[in-house]
Design a protein around this ligand. Structure first.
Ligand code: PNS
Length: 192
């Protein structure tokens, strides 16, 4: 049985990720979507939420498993008995980083192979970061992410706005909203 791992942060999963998952699941008997849980990283959605969204979005794909890992990806691959890593490439700009990671992973474990799949052209501009930014400023993200993700993004941003307006005076609210968007724009949650 041919198994591969498609690793990532998926914070949150986008239609671009889903396109890679669907195509890879047709090539391999078993595809493991491995969510990195790095305690040092500031995720926008916690691990349980990211797992939930991925499970919902892939429930039509019977050979796809959603799992989480921490530490080195090569160790996780060994533990899951596979040597194949799948990565999506959106643009030339992705290449340098992915090339470095593929070489490092190969150096760490010489039997590991990274296979790159070109993103479908219609998703080449998509990233989790851009989607979060659109949602943060009240934009519609329905065409960029699976329905469950859109729902969770709207809920999260609406709840945060409501909580702030319920508990703070107008001045403080405006100030903290600016701080909040400042954090967003400075990349606190946007490093994918
Ligand atoms: O979706 P992302 O955040 O671009 O995914 C990055 C990921 C999870 C594939 C990468 O950060 C990773 O493999 N992290 C695990 C640690 C590791 O093995 N690093 C590679 C050697 S430096």
């Amino acid at each position: 049985m041919k198994t591969a791992i498609y690793p990532g942060s998926f914070d949150p999963v986008t239609n671009g990720h889903l396109d890679i998952i669907e195509r890879a699941s047709k090539i391999f008997d078993h595809l493991i979507v491995g969510l990195l849980n790095n305690p040092k990283k500031n995720y926008f959605f916690d691990l349980e939420e990211r797992i939930f969204m991925l499970r919902e979005a892939t429930k039509h794909l019977k050979n796809v498993e959603i799992d989480a890992f921490d530490g080195l990806l090569v160790n996780y691959a060994k533990m899951r008995n596979t040597k194949i890593l799948i990565k999506g490439l959106r643009a030339i700009s992705d290449f340098e980083y992915e090339f470095q990671m593929a070489l490092m992973n190969h150096k760490l474990s010489s039997d590991i192979e990274t296979l790159f799949m070109m993103t479908n052209q219609q998703y080449s501009y998509l990233s989790s970061s851009v989607v979060k930014e659109v949602a943060a400023f009240g934009g519609n993200v329905d065409q960029f992410v699976p329905p469950v993700v859109a729902k969770m993004l709207y809920e999260r941003f609406n709840k945060q706005s409501r909580e702030k307006s319920d508990t703070e005076t107008d001045d403080v609210y405006t100030e903290s909203l600016e701080d909040y968007y400042g954090l967003l724009l400075n990349g606190k949650y946007f490093d994918d």
